[in-house]
Write a protein that binds this ligand. Structure first.
Ligand SMILES: [Zn+2]
Length: 310
């Protein structure tokens, strides 16, 4: 295990988020005008990527940004190798496909999930952070307490209400995701609205409710979705999931009961699978079961159970 934990996609962001610098407006101003600073454009929440031989995020310099006359306020992401990194929302008018290809023919705006599939893990982590932050600022332009406009402060770490002064902090939604097991069987399901046309089954998942622990959320979600009672909830690892701003909290739990009583509003199917079928599925070698791809924490929760690594 590394300092970044299990090493899931989106979970290896190398930036120092600059807590000290964020609180100093004069430092922020000089970081934004520093000729070494780098700006990552996001257009309709898609990230600018060089899709050439080696795919990587494409950063603009301060000079390039000024040439585009981009009016949006940069959002500070963090510091790497003494260079300040920002995300910036850009418009289709200024950054049309033709314009970006005139900079470099391999440039494309790419959605964050695809970034997770083909960028290296460090860059995928930065892409996730940028997408989450830009989306949050788009969605929280008004105060939920009084309805007045909010304005960005600390280079994006907070939005402050211009009416009542309330500070609004960036949002992260905790989601538990759990592989329940009973000896050589594990419980997997298909959520309504996705996956049901395939043999793909995944770990059960759901948002943590207010005033609820991770263990309570696991027990409640498994009971709601499958009618199964669990014990010995064990934390495994976590993964930021940038659609739109979830934190997936991966767990395993032991079944106390085994009779499935599925919630048909939420699930199209919930089943027990034998370890040997799960292992075949992990090797892409099963007729009866497909499991989620490696980009998803569910894959790793299933795998660590199947290989007795929990
Ligand atoms: Zn307010």
């Amino acid at each position: 295990m590394t300092t970044h934990g299990y090493g899931h996609v989106f979970a290896k962001n190398p930036l120092n988020r600059g807590e000290k610098e964020r609180r100093d407006q004069s430092a922020i101003n000089s970081m934004m005008t520093d000729p070494q600073s780098r700006f990552l454009p996001l257009r309709e929440l898609n990230l600018l990527v060089n899709t050439g031989m080696e795919s990587n995020l494409f950063w603009l310099s301060r000079v390039q940004l000024d040439e585009f006359a981009c009016k949006s306020e940069p959002i500070f992401l963090g510091i790497l190798d003494d260079i300040y990194h920002f995300a910036i929302e850009v418009s289709t008018d200024l950054f049309s496909d033709a314009v970006i290809r005139s900079l470099n023919p391999s440039l494309r705006f790419v959605d964050v999930r695809s970034c997770g599939e083909f960028l290296d893990p460090e860059e995928a982590g930065i892409a996730a952070q940028a997408r989450i932050q830009v989306y949050w600022h788009q969605r929280y332009k008004f105060c939920s307490a009084c309805g007045s406009k909010t304005q960005m402060q600390r280079a994006g770490q907070v939005r402050n209400c211009t009416g009542c002064g309330t500070d609004h902090f960036p949002r992260t939604d905790p989601v538990i995701i759990v592989v329940v097991h009973d000896g050589d069987k594990c419980l997997l399901g298909q959520s309504r609205g996705r996956l049901q046309r395939t043999n793909t089954y995944s770990a059960l998942a759901g948002f943590v409710d207010q005033g609820e622990s991770i263990e309570e959320a696991v027990a409640r979600e498994v009971m709601e979705e499958a009618g199964i009672e669990v014990k010995n909830v064990k934390y495994h690892s976590s993964q930021p999931w940038p659609l739109p701003y979830s934190l997936m909290i991966g767990c395993h739990a032991e079944a106390v009961t085994t009779n499935i009583n599925m919630d048909e509003d939420e699930m199209t199917d919930v089943k027990w699978f034998d370890r040997k079928d799960v292992i075949s599925a992990l090797e892409n070698n099963s007729e009866v079961l497909k499991v989620p791809m490696k980009i998803a924490i569910a894959h790793h929760l299933v795998k660590s159970w199947a290989l007795n690594e929990i």
